[in-house]
Design a protein around this ligand. Structure first.
Ligand SMILES: [Zn+2]
Length: 174
């Protein structure tokens, strides 16, 4: 998927969940900007397209560690909210690229350079003068739908997520 889409769509999905009524708009915009930065992969021709930054370490592990650190340093609810958004946006970017036409993504880079992609098409027979079957559900359509859901749902429950992580950290300390 192109970079502009990766910037606009998570923001639109987050706004659809009305997260901006509970968290500052600038957190959503900043998370959106950071999320598209990983697309630098697409533009640098050093043979690491969708690998250098398109992997689970950059898009999941690092934001997850930053989120945990935001609890450790007892930052405000808004800072924690920003890191939840960053985790949602970055990991959903990687998720959608899995379903997008192209080589897929090197999920486990730098430990493994295998590219992973989800590619399918549910064909149904049609009576047309041009084709004999048409694609009713493609991996891209399904991926796009799941992409929307994995952004909207956690954004909608963002305060509950923050509260839950806070409680489990307190329990773990006891
Ligand atoms: Zn990308």
């Amino acid at each position: 998927m192109d970079t502009l889409f990766h910037f606009l769509f998570p923001i639109i999905a987050a706004l659809a969940s009305r997260v901006h009524l509970r968290h500052p708009l600038r957190s959503i915009l900043l998370a959106g900007i950071i999320t598209v930065l990983i697309d630098v992969d697409h533009f640098v021709g050093i043979g690491l397209e969708r690998a250098l930054f398109h992997n689970i370490f950059v898009t999941f592990l690092i934001p997850a560690v930053l989120l945990i650190l935001s609890f450790r340093f007892r930052t405000s609810k808004y800072v924690k909210g920003f890191f939840v958004l960053l985790l949602i946006f970055l990991s959903s970017h990687l998720f959608l690229d899995l379903f997008t036409e192209g080589p897929g993504v090197a999920l486990l880079f730098p430990f493994d350079t295998t590219y992973y992609a989800v590619n399918f098409c549910l064909n149904v027979p049609v009576t047309s003068q041009f084709v004999t079957e048409a694609c009713m559900a493609s991996s891209f359509g399904v991926g796009l739908f799941l992409f929307f859901v994995i952004i909207v749902l956690p954004c909608y429950y963002i305060d509950e997520i923050i509260e839950h992580i806070g409680k489990s950290r307190k329990k773990a300390k006891r």
